[in-house]
Ligand binder design. Structure first.
Ligand SMILES: Nc1ncnc2c1ncn2[C@@H]1O[C@H](COP(=O)(O)OP(=O)(O)OP(=O)(O)O)[C@@H](O)[C@H]1O
Ligand SMILES: [Mg+2]
Length: 309
């Protein structure tokens, strides 16, 4: 089918002045390349602080890469003028971890979902229809759209954030730890909702998590990120059956109740009813399980680049 998005050698350096006024810079993403097929479901897994969010923001040019580039559907995003990029960005949306900070507490759900649609000149009747349809898709009654975010649970809020991400009819969704703030029981529901939406709308996903169980359940291809680099990338089952990289093996071995083995039995191809039954108790690694040394990429760790395929 061909790639929808290709990242070439993305580097992102965070500039922040030190106490002595020096501006050292910190390479949060270090020469990352990968591509995602149209309608693919690509996962990135890695510990807290390894650069996942930085990479996602760089890919969408919310915070452009320091070097390297991104080609989306044949268009080099780095070549676009700010105005062109804004228009282009409708095709790529991102859902972040925290639905509380993603929704403006002073705006009704209807107004939050209307914003983008007003920008593209959609009239009120069409907006109302579209918002009703999207809320229905994520399992929220359209009758509740005049309510404010605080009137919803965290899980419902994340559903609303997902609906908002869909208002622009994007082709590509980045899901950055979309369920990490949710209770375990709710996590499985939202994950299955995301898989259903993907199927129904024919979307392409980049799914980001520190939880390898979750990534395995969601994604066809998994890239393992460690200290700013992708150290291994493989189809999910292959990665689990034959992890080549030492860090990947460490990740797999540290999943509670598993010894480097996981039954991924192509969960992504199950019907939604089957998925409901097989949804994992999504726990995996606890957040902050391993925290990277944020001042240096050259610690006492072994060379972890051997397994890139
Ligand atoms: N704006 C910034 N300025 C300076 N350093 C930053 C900035 N944003 C992130 N960092 C640093 O870059 C590194 C990567 O951060 P990032 O948020 O991308 O990691 P992450 O993998 O998304 O972590 P988490 O799983 O906790 O969300 C971290 O060491 C972080 O402290
Ligand atoms: Mg993050």
């Amino acid at each position: 089918m061909g790639p929808l998005i290709q990242c070439h050698g993305i580097v992102k350096i965070h500039r922040s002045g030190g106490l002595d006024g020096a501006n050292r810079g910190f390479k949060a993403v270090d020469d990352v390349s990968f591509s995602i097929e149209k309608k693919g479901n690509f996962g990135i897994v890695g510990e807290s602080g390894c650069g996942k969010t930085t990479l996602a923001r760089a890919m969408l040019y919310l915070d452009p890469p320091t070097s390297g580039g991104v080609v989306f559907d044949g268009v080099d995003l780095g070549s676009l003028k700010p105005r062109q990029l804004r228009a282009f960005r409708r095709r790529m949306q991102i859902v972040f971890q925290d639905p509380h900070s993603s929704l403006d507490p002073r705006m009704t759900i209807y107004d939050s979902l209307s914003e983008g649609l007003i920008n593209i000149g959609m009239d009120r009747a069409d907006r109302t229809k579209k918002i009703g349809r999207l809320l229905d898709l994520v399992g929220i009654s359209g009758a509740l759209s005049s309510r404010f975010p605080h009137e919803f649970s965290t899980g419902q809020r994340q559903r609303i954030v997902i609906a908002r991400a869909l208002t622009m009819d994007p082709e590509f969704l980045v899901l950055d730890e979309p369920v990490s703030n949710l209770d375990v029981s709710i996590q499985a529901q939202v994950i299955n909702l995301l898989l259903d939406i993907k199927e129904e709308l024919g979307l392409t996903y980049l799914f980001i998590s520190h939880d390898i169980n979750l990534v395995a359940y969601m994604c066809d291809i998994v890239a393992v990120m460690y200290k700013g680099k992708i150290v291994e990338q493989a189809p999910t089952e292959e990665l689990f059956a034959n992890p080549r990289n030492e860090y990947t093996r460490t990740l797999l071995a540290s999943v509670p109740g598993r010894s480097g083995q996981i039954d991924v039995s192509s969960a992504a191809t199950l019907s939604s009813a089957d998925r409901e039954k097989t949804a994992p108790a999504v726990q995996g690694l606890s957040k902050g399980h391993v925290v990277s040394d944020i001042t240096s990429r050259t610690g006492d760790k072994p060379d972890l680049t051997e397994g890139t395929r």
